[in-house]
Design a protein around this ligand. Sequence first.
Ligand code: SF4
Length: 589
Amino acid sequence: MPSLPKNPSAPQRPAASRGRHTVHMPHVLPMSRREMDRLGWREIDVLLVSGDAYVDHPSFGAALLGRWLVLHGYRVGIVAQPRWTSTRDLLVMGRPRLMAGVTAGALDSMLAHYTAFRKKRHDDAYTPGGLAGARPNRACLVYAGIVKQAFPKLPIVLGGIEASLRRITHYDFWTDKLRRSILVDAKSDMLLYGMAERGILAAAHRLRDGLALGDPSVPGAAYIGNPDDLPPAKKVIELPSHEDIQADPAKLMTATLAMEEHVHHASACSIHRVEGRSLILTPPQPLTAEELDRLHALPFTREPHPFYEGKKIPAADMIRFSINSHRGCGGGCSFCTLAVHQGRTIRSRGAASILDEAESLARHPRFKGSISDVGGPTANMWGGLCGDDPARCRRASCLFPDICPHFVVDQMRLIELLHKVRAVDGVKHVRVASGIRHDLALKDVGYIRAMVRDFVGGQLKIAPEHLSDEVLRLMRKPGLKVFERFLDLFEEECAAAGKRQFVIPYLISAFPACTRRHMEQLARWLARRGWRPEQIQCFIPLPGTLAAAMYHAGIDPSGKPIPVARTDADRLRMHHTLLGGKRKGKPRR
Ligand code: SF4
C-alpha cells in the first residue's frame, strides 16, 4: 500500500480513519502541481479526468471516487473539463504512477449537449458559469484519446454514466445508429459500470501489485478477456453479440433484459462477443451500508475547487445542502438508466450517518438552516430491502405490475429520521426534493400525512410519466387509478393540515407505443383537472435502457410489434398535443 509522504509544511488536513491506520485527507484533491507540492506529493497514483467541474461534494463522481482512493492510501489528482485540442491540461500534475480514470461526468455527454429534438443546449449545470461547451461530444472517447497521447501505455479505466450505459452494443439516439461497446471504441483497458468504488479500488490494487487490469476479480467491470479463464461461476449469461444485434434489432431487447438481470444477480458474469473478441462483464458488488457510511463521512467541502475562484456552478448550488440517503431503486422503470447502472438492490446509509452529515451541514459556514433534500433515486425507498433471495428473483421490477410481497420498506422509520434531522441544532427546514414512488407511499397514509405537514415545502414531485395504462405498462409504472388515489389522499391531507400544496407531475410524451390517441387522452385528463403541464419531457431513448430497445426494435419486451414515433416531426407533433393552445406550459427538455 503506498503511503502518503509526510510534509511538515503542508496545511492542516482532516484525518480520515481507515481501520487502524489514519490517512491524511487533503482539504481538496489537487488540480495542480503547486497543490501537490503543498501536500508533499512528488507524483500522483491515479489521475481522474472528468467532464464535470470538480465540486468537492459526494454527488460528484470524481470527488467521491478520488476521496475513496485517498482513504485507501492512493494519491489522486483531478483534471476537470480539460481542453481536448491538446494534451496540455492533462500534463499539469505529471504522469500518474498507476492509471487514469476517465468519465464524461454526471450525464452522458450527448444528453448534456442536445435536447430531445437534437438541438444544441446552451447551458450546462456542471460547468462554471453554467455555460455549455466545456466538454466534447462523446467525452469518454475524446478524453481517453488525449490521455493516450499524453501518457503512452498508461492503463485507462472508463467510468461514470456514459461508459456504464454504453458498456455493450447500444442504440445511440443522436446518430440513430447502433454503436459497439464504448470500451472497444475508446481502446481502453477496462470499464467500470455502476458506482464503481469497489471496482476502482480493485483496479488500483492490481496495478500497484504489478498485475494486469482485466480480471474477473474486479467487480462491476467490463474488459476484453478469455471466457475460458473465468472461475466456475454460479451462472454465466451469454448476451447476444454485437453482430447478432446488428443483424436483428429484437436482439437488443434480449441483451437489455439480460443486462438488467445481470445487474440484479450478484454472482453472474456476462459475455458479449464483439468482432471476434469477448467482452467479459463481472457482477457488481455494491458497498455495504457501513462502507457507504464511511464514504459519506469523508470531509467533503461541498464547494467547487478554489481553482474556480468563486465562479458559480449551478449544480453545486442546487445540491450543496442535500443529503443522499441511499442508492438503487426497486422500480426498474424501463426508460430509466438506474435499472442498468445502480440496479434494483437498495443500499441505505444508517440513520446515525445521515444525522452526522446533517450536523456537519449545520456547521458549514454558508448554511442558513435549510436542508434541500434527504433522498436518493426514489426518496421513499430508504431502508427498502428484499425479504427474499434476490438471486432467485425473476421479476424485472420490485414494484410493477404490483408491489412485490417481499419488498420491505418502513416509511415511518424514514419520517422518524427526517424529524431527527430537523431537530439537529441549526437546522430549520428539511425538504424532500427527490421524487417519491406514489404507489409505495399509498401503503402508508401516515407517511403521506407527515410529508404533507412537514417535508413537502409547497410542491411534491411525482412522476406518473403518463396516464394511459397501455403506455404505463411498458414504462413499468403504476396505472392511472393508483395516481388518482394518491392525488385524492394528498389533497385530503393538505386540506386537513390547512396547507395549499401541489403535486408537480412529471410526464413523458412520445414514449414507444404511445400514439396521438394516448396523448389526447392525457391532454383531456389534464384539462379536466385544470392542470397546465410544466414538466413534460419528450422521450429520449437513453443508451442501455429497455425503452431504447423498444424504440429501436419497435417491439415490446414480449416481442409484440408496437407503434413508435420515430421522426422528430412525429415526436414534436405528439409533444405539442400537451403544449398546444391555452394549455401551453414550459416543456422539460
Ligand atoms: S423478490 Fe421481490 S423484493 Fe425481492 S428482488 Fe424480487 S421483486 Fe424485488
